[in-house]
Design a protein. Sequence first.
Length: 326
Amino acid sequence: MNILVTGAAGYIGSVVTERLLSEGYHVIALDNLQQGHRQALSSGAHFVLADLADSAVLDDTFSRYQIGAVMHFAGYSLVGESMTDPGKYFNNNLVGGLNLLNGMVKHGVKKLIFSSSASVYGTPATTPITEDALLAPINPYGETKMMFEKILKQYEEAYGLRSISLRYFNAAGATSIHGEHHAPETHLIPNVLKAALKKTRQVSVFGNQYETKDGTCVRDYVHVVDIADAHLKALSRIDCVGGGAYNLGSENGYSVLEVIKTAERVTGVRIPVAFKAPRAGDPPVLVASSKLARKELGWTPQHYQLEDIITSAWQWQSKFPEGYSS
């Protein structure tokens, strides 16, 4: 089967592409390389340099290849930036996404796996968070994910386009060849490891007076390899479960300081910390219930220990200290 992967040169898209190819799928890897890296593209994939805003290129791609399904990762994802420039996020994440959906409808492609986010929940009333919790995002990035999920439901009812939305909690870790490289880097684990490699002087911790175990934010970290596995399971089960949204998390919450201490054990390096003011749009606690994904998709995370996740990221970042620029 030919799978169109949008955002294939990005962090999660590159790992999912790697996994798809290893399972014998043919991958058409679409990316505009604004945030992705050409070096992250797997050699076995056919690369299409394009933006989702370019409907003509999308139409040509669907015409040229017999696409059996789409895995959609393309989109802006910086929470802080979305707060200061929401128009950029609504235009790219929603308008670009609609171009993709309309191309699928035009060419009769009926299956889509969507890269959603735990940010759709905002600040949850209870934890662990289940899929039926109130959707109340507190930043424009989360709003775009929630809105696109709603659009998908309408497209299924009107056009028969079946979809599964996977709500990631905090993706982390690496494979031997694909890892996390953003510019700027806003995610905790790669920034902690940059400090361990002396690429930065210290790690910024945004807020230490939350109502959590040590005052810092608590997050649920899920290995990117397990996320890739969930995409393949979603594709294989989409006709059986009929679509919907599923949380992907380890069901364990770790504070920012716990992540830093674990990284110190993994690397053997003391990591300096600088406490700063909390960031707008950051919920204190986000921890998943992944029971539904376990039950309906048959998905069970295999790399759920924080130390294992950080070790894989450390091995990749040590091998490629400048990321894909290495």
